[in-house]
Design a protein around this ligand. Structure first.
Ligand code: TYC
Length: 102
């Protein structure tokens, strides 16, 4: 909508451009070496899941090749990926964790 101010300048209202921030899924990938129990502990610790839910996610990754642990804003998703990878490498496991825009 266009209006005029006190100097007779035409003012054009900007469309509302703010979009909600993009969200990112944090995904665990399967491999043949990381112990199941280690993956369950990771999902509980970094994604705040109870043991039952963490076990279901781990089994889905084991069965289907990947599984979703949670959806977060970009910086939080990125931090979780880094924390999981650092923890896995320190423990000597090849576990892979990635993020994907929803
Ligand atoms: N496939 C692994 C095994 O049989 C278990 C596993 C599950 C590994 C989930 C990674 O993200 C993963 N020990």
């Amino acid at each position: 909508m266009a209006t005029r101010n006190e100097n007779d300048t035409v003012l054009v209202r900007q469309e509302q451009k703010l979009k909600p921030p993009p969200m990112y899924q944090v995904i665990l990938l399967n491999d043949d070496y990381t112990p199941m129990e280690f993956v369950v502990a990771i999902v509980q610790e970094y994604f705040n899941k109870d043991r039952e839910t963490a076990t279901q996610i781990m089994l889905q990754v084991h069965r289907d090749g990947k599984g979703m642990c949670g959806v977060y804003p970009k910086d939080i998703a990125s931090t979780k990926v880094e924390l999981v990878l650092t923890h896995a490498r320190k423990a000597g496991h090849p576990l892979q964790c990635v993020m994907e825009e929803v």
